[in-house]
Design a protein around this ligand. Structure first.
Ligand code: HEC
Length: 106
């Protein structure tokens, strides 16, 4: 009975930690890629003429970047930026920016 419980919790731990490690790696890659973005976008989440991109849910961030790539959003700067990124890079950027706290007001 006791042994079963231990084995069970070990399995659970492994199942939970593997994806977390993968996400952490992505986020580090995203942070590396973000140096280009933060010349325009404020890491603080303030507006400053360019919309903040921190604290977004990852799927929404990815969708916005895909919309620029597919020219559904028509900002030429962001179309160029998004065009150069692979889906993996966009996912990593989404993980990184999404992990930063959003600022509610300016
Ligand atoms: C040269 C300045 C510049 C750079 C560099 C830049 N952006 Fe942008 N970004 C903008 C501007 C300006 C907008 C608003 C465009 C619009 O109105 O559609 C924008 C919009 C966005 C949006 C949508 C924001 C919203 O509120 O809808 C996302 C997401 C985004 N950028 C992500 C990125 C990422 C990720 C990078 C780096 C890979 C990046 N940007 C680099 C200027 C920049």
């Amino acid at each position: 009975m006791k042994r079963h419980a231990v084995a069970c919790s070990l399995t659970l731990t492994t199942a939970i930690w593997t994806p977390v490690d993968a996400i952490a790696a992505d986020r580090a890659f995203g942070e590396y890629l973000s140096s280009e973005c933060v010349t325009c976008h404020q890491l603080s989440g303030r507006y400053e003429g360019i919309p903040p991109i921190v604290g977004w849910p990852e799927p929404i961030f990815i969708e916005a970047m895909q919309d620029y790539r597919q020219k559904k959003r028509d900002n030429p700067i962001m179309q160029t930026v998004a065009d150069r990124l692979s889906p993996e890079e966009i996912a990593a950027l989404a993980a990184y920016f999404g992990s930063l706290p959003a600022v509610s007001a300016k």
